[in-house]
Design a protein around this ligand. Structure first.
Ligand code: AVJ
Length: 326
């Protein structure tokens, strides 16, 4: 039985097809690029956990400080306008930061429904299992899928406002133009009076930013190289990781923090039946983590149809959770 199934072609899932299409399209463009949303397979999830514990990666600690110390203030700013509301979180992850807000949310009696949205089914199952125990009375309605589709699915309960959370500087993985398109789309799904709570990493000493994406232990390098390993495994490819150099950059004049993998030699790589050629020193653009200024954040709000309500920052002023109203 085993040998029979082994000779059958592996089922070509829709997800694999989309992954292959995106990878080939990206590597056949000029300049070559890959999409950072594919970083997060099981190994990528584990590496991102390691990154979050690195001394150089300040983002998580800054936002944790904001939510630990200012969740009550965030909830009262919302409560001042909306007496009852549902919470929706885009890219909820393990919710280790959001849990502080959820506690205040329940305490304030503003609502008990929480819709965590995540592309990882494992994450959603985990939240569904653990959160109701940690926060008695919380009604967790996990949604596994793409942000916009699931946001539409979460729907609007008549008589209740919605508060959409998009934390952790996930918005940074869009270019400013892409971010504008994405947030305008979120706005279209909301009604006047609804809220968006969104995390932005701020422009600061360029050295600090570059170090955060170039940790000494090499987790960020492995996080980038892991996508090549994932492509090898899932798309029948033959990348050799040691023939690529991880090259992180930060441009303080634009706030663009970009990472590249640079080919160390002329080489050809087979991917799902296609051949991709690399010249020595040719880069693959892997990820952007855009950094913003307070002015840039305000401008982003108004060009996407939101009114800024209040900014919540950490003690060092390195990170902002901005509360906007539709
Ligand atoms: C998960 C998107 C917030 O861009 O800072 C960390 C991902 N990339 N180190 C970020 C990441 C390299 C991270 N976000």
């Amino acid at each position: 039985m085993r040998s029979v199934t082994a000779t059958l072609a592996a089922p070509v899932s829709k997800a694999r097809q989309a992954f292959l299409r995106d990878v080939l399209e990206g590597l056949q463009s000029q300049p070559k690029r890959l999409q950072s949303k594919y970083f997060y397979d099981a190994a990528g999830d584990a590496l991102f956990q390691q990154i979050m514990h690195c001394p150089e990666y300040y983002l998580t600690r800054c936002e944790m400080e904001i939510l630990e110390t200012q969740s009550a203030a965030i909830v009262s700013a919302i409560r001042a306008v909306a007496s009852q509301a549902d919470l929706v979180e885009l890219g909820a992850g393990d919710a280790s930061k959001s849990i502080h807000l959820l506690r205040e949310w329940m305490r304030a009696g503003i609502g008990n429904r929480y819709y965590p949205i995540d592309i990882s089914g494992n994450i959603i199952r985990h939240l569904q299992d653990t959160l109701p125990e940690q926060i008695p009375g919380l009604d967790v309605q996990g949604l596994n899928g793409e942000y916009m589709e699931m946001l539409a699915r979460s729907g609007q309960t008549p008589g209740r406002a919605r508060v959409v959370m998009f934390m952790g500087s996930s918005i940074g993985n869009f270019t400013p133009e892409e971010a504008m398109g994405f947030l305008s789309e979120v706005r279209r799904q909301l009604r006047p009076g609804d809220f968006l709570l969104i995390g932005f990493d701020l422009q600061k000493n360029p050295r600090l930013i570059l170090d955060a994406y170039n940790d000494r232990q090499g987790f960020t390098r492995d996080f980038n190289l892991n996508l090549l390993t994932r492509i090898n495994r899932e798309l029948d490819a033959d990348f050799q990781r040691h023939h690529f150099l991880h090259y992180p950059t930060y441009d303080p004049s634009t706030g663009a923090c970009k990472s590249f993998l640079v080919s160390l030699r002329d080489q050809a790589v087979h991917i799902g039946g296609s051949i991709i050629r690399f010249r020595k020193d040719e880069p693959i653009y892997m990820e952007i983590s855009q950094k913003y200024t307070p002015d840039g954040i305000r401008e982003m709000a108004s060009s996407c149809g939101f009114a800024p309500v209040k900014n919540f920052t950490d003690d060092k002023n390195w990170f902002v959770d901005a509360l906007w109203q539709a």
